[in-house]
Ligand binder design. Structure first.
Ligand code: 4AD
Ligand code: MG
Length: 448
């Protein structure tokens, strides 16, 4: 195919009226007796290629009749701007070639398929329009995450994946054999970021994280990506300010760059446009009061069994349903701070004004998406951390290095972790995290 430069579909606007070559896959084909409409997909996007019976040889026209969905193809033709729809282009086909036909029928036909079937074919499902849109939004979120911290003087400090100890509690550790010793896949890079904060002031890590909890919910993955900033001389208040700015930055970036993808996903963007500072900040105690108010209202509602709905027991962690009750009262993320220390990790700093409470914060996304950020101020007193390790029955030896951070120039510091997949689910408006990561790892899924 001579004299027709190879371009991808994102460059069509620069070649109107010119001959180009496009390579990709046949996404869809419609035919009338006289015209084939071939939709070519090339990763960057897709374009309708129109092949008229009179414009090509009989043989070529017939070959386009037989080509199956997802065959790899090459098309040469002239780029035309759509007469009525600005930004939409077509290609008038002059030449057409099948690079490789499919071997058998492509498994994902345009008809409806069940989620299990699609998940089993995830390697192919990624080619579909919706999945493509989700991965692109994810990409933009990840880029925004990096830009936010890089633009504020943070240093990227990678945390290890093999670790000798727990961070978030021993019940969710994946154990592996490490040259004859036990090691665990990381649950969080936080403890290492605390070391990094003492070295760099402002640091973050960003990588895959592993949780072995046997949760089969729409929010849990066994492997997920988390970004964890950690800042020296920051308190809980400053930590919440940082989280608020961070979320606003990500949402703005996605709205700026991914409107076409959000449209494919039929996301109501007005809900995202409402995400502006300040976010409501409520104490755990206030959250419990909201829950009890809702429960009291339910008791008098006359719904079956509602009368026996008990009050929320102070001291317990909030469940997914509780989070939904609270977050549905706001049109933007809500920050719940000062949970009872007993439901939080060993490293949380106690509230000097009430020792039962931890100086921590969870950020709940609106529309029922639940917790997207967990974090807070860290305990910086040596003896108190030692006691925490003991109380949580953690192996002291494995934490000696962490205690060094309290021995050598201990300092107030705070940070948080944001889960990428829950953020993608929220911004894309997806009911389940399984579609937010290219190859999800869940309780019952390790393949493909
Ligand atoms: O609340 P988590 O467990 O906090 C930590 O790991 C802290 N050490 C972070 C820090 O302060 N540096 O997890 C943080 C976030 C959650 O808010 C959620 O978005 C996500 O990580 N997350 C999960 N996402 C998907 N699947 C799971 N199983 C997740 N567990 C946590
Ligand atoms: Mg949490």
């Amino acid at each position: 195919m001579q004299d027709a430069p190879a371009i991808d579909t994102s460059a069509l606007s620069e070649h109107v009226g010119q001959q180009v070559t496009l390579r990709g896959w046949l996404y869809n084909r419609r035919s009338s007796g006289k015209v084939h409409f071939l939709e070519l997909r090339d990763g960057a996007g897709s374009v309708q290629c129109v092949m008229g019976k009179n414009d090509v040889s009989e043989e070529l026209f017939a070959s386009a009749d037989r080509v199956a969905q997802e065959s790899s193809i090459e098309i040469r033709g002239e780029v035309k701007a759509h007469p009525k729809r600005p930004g939409v282009f077509e290609v008038a086909v002059k030449d057409f070639q099948v690079i490789a036909p499919t071997v058998g029928e492509y498994p994902i036909s345009p008809k409806e398929h069940g989620t299990d079937f699609l998940m089993d074919h995830r390697h192919l499902w990624l080619r579909s329009r919706r999945q493509h849109a989700i991965v692109r939004v994810r990409h933009t979120i990840i880029q925004a995450i990096r830009d936010f911290f890089d633009g504020r003087g943070f240093t990227l400090v990678d945390a290890p994946i093999f670790t000798p100890n727990a961070c978030e509690g021993t019940s969710t550790l994946f154990e592996t054999d490490y040259h004859g010793d036990k090691a665990y896949l990381t649950q969080s890079g936080q403890l290492y970021m605390e070391a990094a904060a003492a070295a760099f002031g402002k640091a973050y890590c960003f990588g895959p994280t592993f949780r072995a909890e046997k949760s089969k919910t729409r929010r849990h993955l066994s492997e997920f990506w988390m970004v964890e900033p950690e800042v020296a001389f920051l308190d809980l208040q400053g930590d919440m300010d940082l989280a608020e700015d961070f979320i606003c930055f990500i949402v703005e970036r996605v709205l700026e760059h991914r409107r076409p993808e959000l449209a494919i996903l039929e996301r109501d963007v007005s809900k995202l446009e409402a995400i502006k500072k300040p976010f409501p900040r409520i104490r755990y105690d206030e959250a419990v009061a909201i829950l009890n108010e809702a429960r009291a209202a339910k008791r008098t509602s006359g719904e079956p069994d509602a009368e026996s709905t008990p009050d929320f027991p102070w001291g317990e962690d909030l469940g997914a349903e509780d989070e939904t009750v609270i977050s549905s009262r706001y049109d933007r993320p809500v920050m719940i701070h000062r949970y009872p220390a007993q439901v939080k990790a060993f490293y949380m700093k106690r509230d000097p004004e009430d020792a039962r409470l931890a100086l921590c914060v969870d950020v709940l996304a609106p529309e029922g998406y639940g917790e997207v950020i967990g974090g807070g101020q860290r305990e910086d007193d040596l003896t108190t951390v030692e006691r925490g390790i003991e109380a949580h029955k953690l192996p002291r030896e494995a934490f000696e290095w962490y205690l060094d951070l309290r021995r050598y120039g201990t300092f107030p510091h705070a940070g948080f972790g944001l889960g990428v997949e829950r953020t993608v689910a929220w911004l894309c408006g997806l009911p389940h995290v399984r579609e937010t990561i290219p190859f999800p790892r869940m309780l019952n899924r390790l393949a493909p």
